[in-house]
Design a protein around this ligand. Sequence first.
Ligand SMILES: [Zn+2]
Length: 136
Amino acid sequence: MRLERYLVEQKIKVIIDDQIPHEARMDVRDIMRIGKKFFNLNKKQQEWVIAHEIGHWFRSKYVSLGEIMGWEEGENFWIFNPMNSEEGFADAFMYYLFDPNFFKKKHPERFKRMHGYVKNRNKYIKMVKDIMKETQ
Ligand SMILES: [Zn+2]
């Protein structure tokens, strides 16, 4: 099974790739690979996975590594994944889209910062939905 779609507007190419062991993975910036495991998840879980991957894409596009580095263990953010700033950012992005109140309550300062990066939350929620459509 191999399917390729290009979301022109958002510049992310979605590839259904049954060779990868992950649910999904972001490749060199603009390619999102969706693996077999993805299809064992329920709709909501799938959306969260896609949001996490878009978080990686967003980070590489709009936020310098320097801005998120050093926010590992001890820095107390990315609370969501304290051992790895990249993964932590992707998780924070995912919460920003789908559970902003939890994020805000848990870490108001970082929430503000994420808000400053993202600005248009709905645009990225729509992006998740568009990618969901591509995978059905
Ligand atoms: Zn990740």
